[in-house]
Design a binder for this molecule. Structure first.
Ligand code: ADE
Length: 240
């Protein structure tokens, strides 16, 4: 099955961009995913091809018009009827690896990219549109966020990643950051690889990696650690 990526944007020339090379580029050539871009401006209704207007109530910037967006979304839905429509916005729900996994297992993703101050809010009620943020930062537009979302999905598609285990052990898959990695040379700038990794004792290595993942998560991401511990305590108590 081909994963159908559709991107609604005012800058279709930004795609496939980085998704045209390496893993994603090869996977696209192999037909594992497809890309369609929709130029939002093609759905403007006036002769100047206007897509935005000033914010109601005043203020800075411009807002993408609901009527233009609706026409563009309806067109994208006709191209890929079962793919969820996801608007990239810093006001959205933070994207998680769990949501990426769900999306990668589905028929595709239709990503709606905003520019300016954002979208007319009515679009989210009038059309089934999920709002997603890639982090608490503000980009100049949704395009880099859409590239990130698609990249995260594409690498999970069957046959795209070389070794399947590198998907299940990595950061966030078990609620923790991944353990640190090392490779040759064994000594570099006075620093050596942890001895246990050269022991050949797989059980000891696995235990060390688990411990490192826990330490790093606790120190770097107390938010993740708290959730992880919460889930562990709940499951130990037999609660569902
Ligand atoms: N557009 C601008 N900033 C964004 C963000 N943080 N996430 C998703 N889309 C965006």
């Amino acid at each position: 099955m081909t994963f159908a990526a559709t991107v609604l944007t005012l800058y279709p020339e930004m795609f496939p961009g980085p998704l045209g090379v390496s893993l994603a580029g090869r996977a696209r050539e192999e037909g594992k995913w497809s890309l369609a871009t929709v130029q939002i401006r093609d759905f403007a209704i006036d002769k100047h091809r206007t897509v935005d207007d000033t914010p109601a109530g005043g203020g800075a910037g411009m807002v993408l018009r609901a009527d233009v967006l609706a026409a563009a979304i309806d067109h994208a839905r006709s191209l890929s009827p079962n793919a969820p429509v996801i608007a990239m916005t810093p006001r959205g729900k933070p994207l998680t690896q769990a949501r990426v996994r769900e999306l990668a297992a589905g028929p595709g993703v239709t990503a709606l990219c905003g520019r300016f101050e954002g979208f007319d809010e009515r679009i989210f009620a009038g059309r089934q549109v999920e709002e997603v943020s890639i982090g608490d930062i503000v980009l100049s537009g949704g395009e880099p966020a859409a590239l990130m979302l698609l990249d995260a999905c594409i690498r999970l598609l069957p046959g795209v990643m070389g070794a399947p285990s590198s998907g299940s052990e990595e950061s966030f898959e078990n609620g923790l950051l991944e353990y640190p990695h090392y490779t040759r040379p064994a000594a570099w700038e006075g620093r050596t690889i942890p001895e246990v990794l050269r022991s050949g004792d797989h059980a000891k290595i696995a235990a060390w990696r688990k411990q490192q993942a826990e330490i790093d998560t606790r120190l770097r991401r107390p938010d993740l650690w708290e959730r992880h511990e919460g889930a562990r305590v709940l499951s130990a108590s037999g609660a569902r």
